[in-house]
Design a protein around this ligand. Structure first.
Ligand SMILES: [Fe+2]
Length: 467
């Protein structure tokens, strides 16, 4: 528990530091205040941001202050975490720009030094350009002739330092105080406002996509072990609902209605149905009881968030909601002369990042049916894939990564780049190893930020049939 509070304190400090640097950048680039912020004022702003963050985080995560199923708590949480995400993204963007600027400055300084050596004039600034001026004003590109900041040159030739000239050519010299003519200030301000608006627009779009209708993905799975089925067996796969902070009762009801509208023989939930200890878990059973009865039932496994929210209360809520929880247990479905064995693996209960080992997998395998059949593993974490492949499973259904909630079409892979790849080699979609397949669902709900960009929520339907 102590490590949990340490992580929360560290994250709070990171987020507040990001907001502080974004506020300073706005002061400098949007409000054009060039003077250094006094230390006392800087500390005061940091303290105000810290207090505001703690208060808003508390109000976002606790629903006790608002009426049950109130939209107010969800709107506050979505707005606050969108703000956190936007300021974090802006701070990362600032770091990238400043790093690029610093690298370029160093490169140009090296270039200048080289020119000085080549010119052999170590005493004066080397002359690299002459300009006939006759008293005209010389401004940086795009500035107006009447700019008050333009340098008035009275001599008929001007020696322009290499560094400043080169930086002007790259338009990055505008960042340096002392060579920031008025027109450059206006350009910088416009660019800064445009970048901020772009990030805010990205945040708003992310919220809209996150709360859009889940995409119904459909796949056929053909296998020789499914010979003998009198008709295809259909499974609906739902994962990572995260009922709680960003996903309230109306969202859950809408999801249940959506699932009920799909014909299938079974529904499988692969964990993280609930979000946190503050989640109103007790309100969920009434909604889950509205799930249609299925021929092979509504099945579930535990995710890491079920342990965060409280093992006993989440198990009770799922059972009262009519879900059959497979806790390192097996279930066999018979259809025609074919057999389908479904195993449900308990989450290893470690934190979301470090649970790469599955100590209870061996115990689950001890209870494995001895007879032939098509074997399906339900596991919250996809990192079980090599273990499942090595133990004769034909199909694994997993969740946990949410697809990273943002997918950037980037790189050689058709899956693009997703933040999930920072923590997992499995991000979303299909993975195949020999005869074994794994489908990693992008999830229905949200965690960390209430955004999805190019990563729609998902409900997946599998039709199992003979090859
Ligand atoms: Fe999750």
């Amino acid at each position: 528990m102590r490590s949990f509070y340490l992580v929360v304190a560290l994250l709070t400090l990171i987020f507040v530091t990001c907001q502080h640097s974004v506020a300073r950048a706005i002061r400098s680039y949007v409000l054009s205040r060039r003077s250094r912020l006094r230390t006392r004022d800087g500390v005061l702003i940091f303290a105000v941001l810290l207090c505001a963050n703690i208060l808003l985080a508390f109000l976002s995560m606790n629903s006790g202050w608002a009426p049950a199923d109130s939209q107010a708590q969800k709107i506050l949480a979505v707005t606050f975490f969108t703000y956190l995400g936007v300021t974090l993204a802006l701070a990362i963007f600032l770091v990238i720009i400043k790093t690029l600027y610093l690298s370029l400055s160093l490169a140009l300084a090296g270039y200048r030094f080289l020119l000085i050596i080549v010119s052999g004039d170590l005493g004066d600034t080397p002359v690299i350009g002459k300009r006939e001026t006759e008293g005209r004003q010389v401004t940086c590109a795009g500035s107006s002739p009447d700019s008050g900041h333009a340098a008035v040159l009275g001599s008929d030739t001007t020696h322009i330092p290499v560094l400043k000239r080169s930086m002007g050519a790259f338009s990055l010299g505008c960042f340096r105080s002392g060579i920031r003519p008025l027109a450059c200030e206006q350009t910088i301000r416009r660019v800064a406002v445009a970048i901020i608006l772009l990030f805010v627009a990205g945040g708003i779009y992310g919220v809209m996509e996150a709360y859009s209708q889940p995409k119904n993905e459909k796949f056929e799975i053909r296998d020789t072990k499914l010979h003998g089925l009198d008709k295809p067996i259909t499974l609906i796969h739902v994962t990572d609902i995260h009922y709680g902070m960003f996903y309230n009762q109306s969202d859950l009801k809408r999801l249940v209605e959506n699932v009920n509208s799909i014909e299938a023989d079974a529904v499988v939930f692969t964990g993280d149905i609930f979000h946190s200890p503050q989640t109103n878990v007790e309100s969920a059973p009434a909604i889950f009881r509205k799930l249609r009865e299925r021929k092979f039932g509504n099945l579930a496994v535990m995710g890491n968030h079920e342990y965060y929210a409280g093992e006993k209360r989440t198990v009770k809520a799922m059972e009262e909601g009519g879900l059959v929880i497979l806790r390192d247990e097996w279930l066999t479905l018979d259809s025609g002369t074919a057999r389908i064995h479904i195993a449900g693996l308990d989450d290893p209960r470690k934190n979301w990042l470090l649970g790469q080992e599955f100590p209870n997998f061996a115990r689950m395998m001890e209870n494995a049916p001895k007879d032939e059949g098509f074997r399906i593993l339900l596991s919250h974490r996809p990192t079980v894939f090599p273990l499942a492949a090595g133990n004769g499973f034909d199909l694994t259904l997993a969740g946990h990564t949410h697809g990273g909630q943002v997918i950037v079409p980037w790189g050689k892979s058709e899956k693009g780049w997703s933040p999930a790849s920072i923590a997992s080699i499995y991000t979303y979609g299909w993975y195949v190893e020999g005869q074994h397949r794994m489908y990693l669902n992008r999830g229905a709900g949200l965690t960390f930020v209430p955004w999805r960009i190019n990563c729609y929520p998902e409900i997946t339907v599998f039709a199992l049939m003979p090859s």
